[in-house]
Ligand binder design. Structure first.
Ligand code: PLP
Length: 313
């Protein structure tokens, strides 16, 4: 029997899924972190998210490598080799039975047994889980393109304060922006850097297409694995891809705009505030990259099949 469930706990309903923590696999509803964990009290944690599509992990090696870099920069320690990490994640998915999954590995600073204020006293805590795949864009938005709002008065946390290459839970700027975007009638938001150039959104990178070439910000954003995948796909297709600052007017006047995330892949943008992007429908470059992206999920060089055994159908 897989350990998956649709758990109910303290009146809350949980998604189906399986977690691993403290040496054990368990239904996601049973995976809990102490309120005294530095991860909760100070956002002192890092994480990475990979997805499984039709029973295959996509670019798991790149996600584990980025997780390692984030851990090292925060001086966090996870007592597993890459193979062991990979095994734990595969096992979460296998036990959940999920064919399309959102799979997260995270490490918090943990609890200091004496509640001391010295982070070196804390015992780092590793957690992994697999839950159903979730996307930034729903099916209609993927087909027709998203309506985004470019936020002016909440700026992305600058890299001098929090290194965006450490994948982190410092999301108050992004969540505050998201509420402002909803208030403005949009479906999601793009946030600017402190210098006014385009940064990123809640869990995604931003690309523009101008005269057939791709452009995406380099500074002050997470270097997403999907962003890297777009570079790889562009290279294979002979498309030029540039990294560097993007101004608000370049964004508004782009031929095409799309966003990228493990949670959804390559997602077209049709409208920014009151401006239509291109003709207001997903453009040809975005559509071609979208097709190539999902086709590559079957490429053994970029994917890892989960062996579900006989446990689930
Ligand atoms: N930017 C931020 C702030 C993110 O949190 C994420 C993913 O969660 C991304 C960009 C996209 O990164 P990836 O393509 O690796 O999912």
């Amino acid at each position: 029997m897989p350990v998956q469930d649709i758990g109910r706990l303290d009146g809350l309903t949980y998604p189906t899924g399986v977690a691993y923590m403290a040496g054990q696999f368990m239904p996601i509803s049973e995976a809990r972190i102490s309120v005294l964990d530095w991860g909760i009290l100070h956002s002192d944690a890092t994480y990475d998210t990979v997805h499984v599509w039709k029973g295959k992990f996509f670019r798991l090696d790149l996600h584990i490598a980025r997780f390692r870099r984030s851990l090292a920069r925060l001086r966090l320690n996870v007592p597993f080799s890459d193979d062991e990490l990979s095994h734990i994640l595969v096992e979460c998915v296998k036990r959940s039975g999920l064919r399309d999954a959102y799979v997260e590995m995270l490490c918090t600073r943990g609890i200091s047994p004496t509640f001391s204020r010295d982070p070196r006293d804390a015992i780092n805590q590793f957690v992994a889980f697999a839950v159903p795949f979730g996307s930034v864009a729903n099916a209609r938005q993927l087909k027709e393109g998203l309506h985004l709002h470019l936020i002016d008065d909440v700026r992305r946390i600058p890299p001098e304060s929090v290194d965006p290459q450490i994948k982190n839970y410092h999301w108050l700027d992004l969540v505050t922006a998201l509420f402002k975007g909803y208030d403005a009638g949009a479906e999601n938001v793009i946030v600017k850097c402190t210098d006014g150039s385009v940064a990123e959104g809640p869990g995604f990178n931003v690309f523009i297409v101008c005269d057939g070439a791709l452009h995406t910000p380099d500074h002050g954003v997470l270097h997403g694995i999907t962003r890297q995948t777009v570079f790889d796909l562009a290279d294979a297709a002979g498309l030029r891809a540039h990294t560097g600052k993007i101004s608000e007017s370049q964004l508004r006047n782009a031929d095409e705009v799309f966003i990228t995330s493990t949670a959804g892949g390559i997602m077209p943008v049709a409208r920014l505030n009151d401006t239509m992007i291109g003709d207001g429908t997903p453009g040809p470059v975005t559509r071609a990259l979208f097709e190539a992206y999902w086709a590559r999920h079957d490429d053994p060089a970029w994917s890892l099949a989960v062996d579900y055994g006989d446990e689930v159908g």
